[in-house]
Design a protein around this ligand. Structure first.
Ligand SMILES: C[S@@+](CC[C@H](N)C(=O)[O-])C[C@H]1O[C@@H](n2cnc3c(N)ncnc32)[C@H](O)[C@@H]1O
Length: 260
């Protein structure tokens, strides 16, 4: 791999997340979201008006759909552009949701939420694994005792079994994006570089890197912050989790307060 990936690549506004909204509607896509929203409401057994935090909410598509269902939603994302876009869409839709620009390691709430969600592989970016743990610690702190955390991310076992070193896709303007992946076994990181070609020339390059977790590793991270596994699925359609599930949907609970 020729390009060195900056440890804080996720802070760079030119990083992959920004590209997603510019080049494809992936992060703003809402029409296919209803079954996923239904899953969240049912599996988390959310009571009417429950307080929900969407951590790393992007442009707020999950928040807005949950707000439409009457939940009290807060979305947090590092990217100020996404937060502004999310507030704008909520206003257009006539729903109330609060959006805050901030880092997932510093959630400014304590014992507040009935549920926290972190979806669409929005975890594992930090260079130091201790920062991943800090983020989960902040989640546990923000939850009410007995509150639920839903984490939906890529399954390391699947990615290694089905490793695709190269990939490409064509955009609407007929430019082509090539994707090259390398797996760093010493750090369990997927390092990915992207190149956009137009008229045979490289127009843009960018990269990202994320720590790939096995289910057992993620359960250990959750437990260290006092979150106890309650259920796991292989996708939003409730497939059984296995090495053949590309995703893992991990539901855990903060221990209820013990009365003296
Ligand atoms: C793959 S996107 C998913 C967005 C959203 N969950 C969705 O599925 O539509 C990951 C998001 O994480 C955000 N992010 C990355 N690092 C972050 C951090 N340290 N704190 C808060 N948000 C962060 C990015 O800005 C981006 O919006």
């Amino acid at each position: 791999m020729t390009k060195v990936i900056a440890p804080n690549w996720w802070r760079d506004p030119r990083c992959h997340f920004g590209k997603l909204t510019k080049d494809s509607p992936l992060l703003t896509q809402r029409q296919d979201l209803q079954p996923t929203i239904e899953f969240i409401v049912t599996e988390l057994a959310l009571p009417a008006g429950a307080r929900i935090l969407d951590l790393c909410c992007g442009p707020g598509r999950y928040c807005i759909e949950l707000a439409h269902r009457g939940f009290a939603v807060v979305g947090i994302d590092l990217n100020e552009r996404y937060v502004a876009l999310a507030s704008q869409v909520a206003e257009q839709d006539g729903v109330r949701a609060q959006f805050l620009a901030g880092d997932m390691r510093e959630i400014p709430f304590v014992d507040h939420f009935d549920a926290v969600i972190n979806v669409g592989t929005s975890f594992g970016f930090f260079a130091d694994q201790a920062d991943d743990q800090r983020a989960i610690h902040a989640v546990a702190r923000a939850l009410k005792p007995g509150g639920t955390f839903l984490l939906e991310m890529a399954n390391r076992d699947y990615y290694l079994k089905n490793f695709q070193r190269k990939d490409w896709r064509t955009l609407k303007d007929s430019s082509v994006i090539t994707v090259r992946r390398e797996f760093d076994y010493t750090r369990s990181r997927m390092n990915v570089t992207f190149e956009r070609f137009g008229k045979g020339q490289v127009k843009e390059q960018w990269a990202h890197s994320w720590r790939a977790y096995t289910l057992a590793e993620i359960v250990a991270v959750l437990e260290r912050s006092g979150l106890v596994l309650s259920r796991v699925f292989g996708n939003w359609q409730r497939a059984e989790y296995s090495v053949d599930s590309s995703r893992m949907v991990v539901i855990s609970k903060k221990r209820a307060a013990v009365s003296a």
